[in-house]
Design a protein around this ligand. Structure first.
Ligand code: OOB
Length: 557
């Protein structure tokens, strides 16, 4: 299977090249230059391992040779499914160097998601972590291999004994020779696939080229004022756009700083790492930032080194934003980004007014922003509308999805983000809600239709609609409204059913409600707006939550 070499229209590509945004470098060349300029600086800390740039680059080289020996090369695809360990970066850079296009799956993904990525890309290689699967590992690998004829190789970290023949231990791959190897990945080609949070039945893949991604990495690194002294704690999933490139690990590698990996974002895990490793920057989603603030009040560990906390992935409330500096003793930066491209930051020197009340402004002067009403007409500055964008690092089409007739783009290439925003007079964006049919569970995105498709397959379910319900900590959780055929179905059976289908845990609905009919809109479609109000009413009855703000935003959607 050949991946289209560049999804960009030539007119846009030459504009971005002429403006100096696209430099014709590759993501892996960033590492090669660091190995030359700062070979002894520590690039990654993972548990007890400390890897300097020279060693890092050499390991990447050796791994890319190992991939070559496995007959993997340009235009092949691979799925990376790893936890927060340094093997993720090794695999990522080595595949890019070899010209193999990886799909960056999340560690939380399971059979259902992986299976989909494997069949969509005809991937020849899966790199996974035995710890993710536990006892099921061998059985799951056999199943995935049997169902995907292109999947010739599986490489495992933490692999258990009794693995099938086609499973290779990750460590055995890095022990190859170290002769310098040619770079096969090309700057204007698709480097890898990010995952869309999605709103449809099947998760979509976002092609990102070296040129466009590197531009966002370099600029993000500058906006966050990174340098060789930057010490970044990576506590969110390694492959997510936030922790990979906003500025994330790649921004740190570009600046010559150090990435310290945490296996999870809990204060228990992270506070001692911050103290021991003198972390000065990290990135969190809002619910985790709240837990950190609660914990910091009574935790003796010193967070004194921490200078900047980035919060993004979901809306951070104004009240919570105000507490960051007093409770954690560091500056807040709000980040509103998306795997599809556009990333907005509040700037380090912005007033607290801006930092607490907005989700930032775009990276680039050439990020074109449109805020439109339901008829695609621009709203007045400061008014609420749909956010559309086009720019030097916002993609121009999903993988294998024709752009013509696509609901996701306008005819002239603007991406419809599905977010509802307001833009201030000085260009900052405030996220007010969402138009896309998605649940944002504390930063983890759930496409309603994907879950609905699974639930409708359950015997005895006549119809289903998944909606967001308010949650004090997570912002939103998911509630599945079901019309049963005759009797209510035990919830435990529904959960079991979804797990058996191999769905990631965070996608399993937090609540199920059984109803005889769905409220309908004027045109006869299921009214999710009414269902969201219905669940708010039910919750109001069951516990005394302050739901006012959620009610307002739910109604605006
Ligand atoms: C990040 O990327 P994705 O692809 O997981 O999710 C993108 C969506 C946005 O369209 C928006 O709906 C929501 O997540 N979102 C926010 C937000 N940041 C993201 N909603 C409100 N406030 C925010 N600050 O989530 C992502 C990618 C790069 C950097 C940061 C986040």
């Amino acid at each position: 299977m050949r991946i289209p070499f560049s999804p960009w229209p030539e007119s846009a590509a030459s504009e971005y090249r002429d403006k100096g945004y696209w430099t014709g470098e590759t993501i892996h060349s960033l590492l090669a230059s660091r190995a030359k300029t700062t070979p002894d600086a520590i690039a990654i800390v993972c548990g007890k391992r400390r890897i300097n740039y020279a060693e890092f680059y050499s390991l990447v080289n050796r791994l890319s040779i190992a991939f070559a020996k496995k007959r993997l090369g340009p235009k092949d695809t691979a799925v990376i499914h790893l936890t927060n360990t340094f093997e993720f970066y090794l695999a990522f850079f080595a595949l890019l160097k070899r010209g193999v296009t990886p799909v960056l799956a999340l560690a939380a993904h399971r059979y259902s998601e992986l299976s989909h990525y494997l069949s969509q890309t005809n991937a020849k290689l899966l790199i996974s972590d035995g710890d993710i699967w536990g006892k099921q590992c061998s059985e799951m690998m056999q199943r995935l291999q049997a169902e995907h004829s292109d999947l010739a190789q599986i490489v495992m970290t933490n692999s258990l004994q009794d693995m099938p023949d086609f499973v290779t231990d990750f460590n055995s791959l890095t022990s190859e020779d170290d002769s310098i190897h040619g770079d096969l990945g090309l700057p204007n080609e698709v480097a890898f696939f990010q995952l869309s949070g999605g709103s449809t039945g099947t998760p979509k893949l976002i092609p990102r080229t070296h040129d466009d991604y590197l531009y966002s990495v370099r600029e993000s690194s500058k906006i966050c004022q990174l340098n060789e002294q930057s010490r970044y704690l990576c506590a969110l999933p390694v492959g997510h756009n936030f922790s990979l490139s906003s500025p994330g690990a790649l921004g740190i590698f570009y600046a010559g700083g150090t990435v310290v990996l945490a296996k999870d974002p809990s204060p228990d895990t992270c506070f001692s790492i911050i103290e021991a490793e003198k972390i000065n920057i990290t990135a969190l989603v809002p619910p985790v930032a709240m837990v950190w603030m609660k914990s910091a009040e009574r935790n003796a560990k010193s967070l004194a080194s921490l200078k900047l906390l980035q919060v993004g992935g979901a809306k951070f409330s104004q009240e919570a934003a105000k507490k960051v500096e007093p409770l954690l003793g560091c500056k807040l930066q709000q980040v509103f980004g998306m795997a599809e491209g556009l990333v907005n930051y509040t700037r380090i020197d912005d007033s607290s007014e801006i930092i607490e009340n907005t989700q930032g402004r775009p990276i680039s002067d050439d990020d074109e922003i449109l805020v439109l009403d339901d008829n695609d007409e621009p709203v007045a500055r400061g008014e609420i509308g749909h956010l559309l964008t086009r720019g030097p690092y916002t993609f121009r089409g999903y993988f294998q999805a024709p752009v013509t007739n696509s609901k996701s783009f306008t005819a002239d290439g603007f991406y419809r983000t599905g977010d509802i925003v307001r833009q201030t007079a000085d260009g900052y964006l405030i996220v007010e809600g969402r138009h896309k049919d998605q649940i944002n569970r504390g930063g983890e995105k759930i496409a309603a239709e994907e879950i609905e498709n699974h639930l409708i397959a359950f015997d005895g379910v006549l119809d289903v609609a998944l909606v967001a319900m308010p949650d004090e900590l997570m912002g939103e959780k998911s509630c599945a409204f079901l019309i049963p055929e005759d009797v209510n179905i035990p919830v435990i059976k529904l959960r079991q059913f979804l797990r058996q289908r191999g769905l990631a845990d965070y996608k399993i609905p937090d609540r199920f409600e059984f109803v005889p009919v769905f409220p309908k809109t004027a045109v006869g479609k299921v009214s999710k707006k009414q269902l969201r109000l219905q669940i708010i009413d039910i919750l109001k009855g069951s516990h005394k939550l302050s739901l006012q703000s959620f009610t307002d935003s739910a109604v605006s959607k």
